[in-house]
Ligand binder design. Sequence first.
Ligand code: AMP
Length: 249
Amino acid sequence: MKILVSVKRVLDYNVKVRVSPDGRGVDLVNVKMSMNPFDEIAVEEAVRLKEAGIATDVIAVSCGTSKCQETLRTALAIGADRAILVESDVELQPLAVAKLLKALVEKEQPQIVFCGKQAIDDDANQTGQMLAALMGWPQATFASKVFVKDNTATVTREVDGGLETLELRLPAVITTDLRLNEPRYVTLPNIMKAKKKPLETIAPETLGVDVTPRLETLAVAEPSKRTAGIRVADVKQLIDKLKNEAKVI
Ligand code: AMP
């Protein structure tokens, strides 16, 4: 069974985000970039299925600039077998990525596509869903547990107020949530091994996909600053302030 995993290069989750000088995006000059955390979980899950003897081939895919090669090398170091970079300097929006993934799915014929539940840069939470719709495949989003047997995946999903379990007929798209697994630490020997694994680069045009952006970002603004809190001497003073200053009780 082949598994395809999408991995996006995004601003590292530890970086403090700043609005770019033109006020239309996020400042990416000289900031640390990493694999989207939900995609790390997706790669880990695929590699665990391979280690369990269920999957045979794990293919990592990234769409973006040549710098995404770094992200793909990380996926290979976690344990993916090979990688594909769809190289483009154009800003790739979720629909364009979903179409590129669809073209690769038709070429590679995986039984499962793992995507992250959302990219922490655009927070769109759309790509996996769009891919499933374009393919006409079943989907399970926000997965916190995946069990694969024969032609079926049983997926526990994190939903508002609890958990939901779905049984999907493969092929299917599964998007990963935080509690699905804890990605392994990437070791130096595995980083070295990853350098020798195959990484293919292709252009969106060869996949017949028009990646022109459909949406224009008009403005990006920082959230308003929170004012500092104050310390109260006792419960009496707290109640007095809640009643007379905040007027919430
Ligand atoms: P989004 O819909 O942008 O929140 O992204 C959801 C998931 O789709 C991400 O966690 C990735 O797995 C995948 N994805 C989105 N954009 C890309 C990209 N440029 N390259 C590879 N995977 C992507």
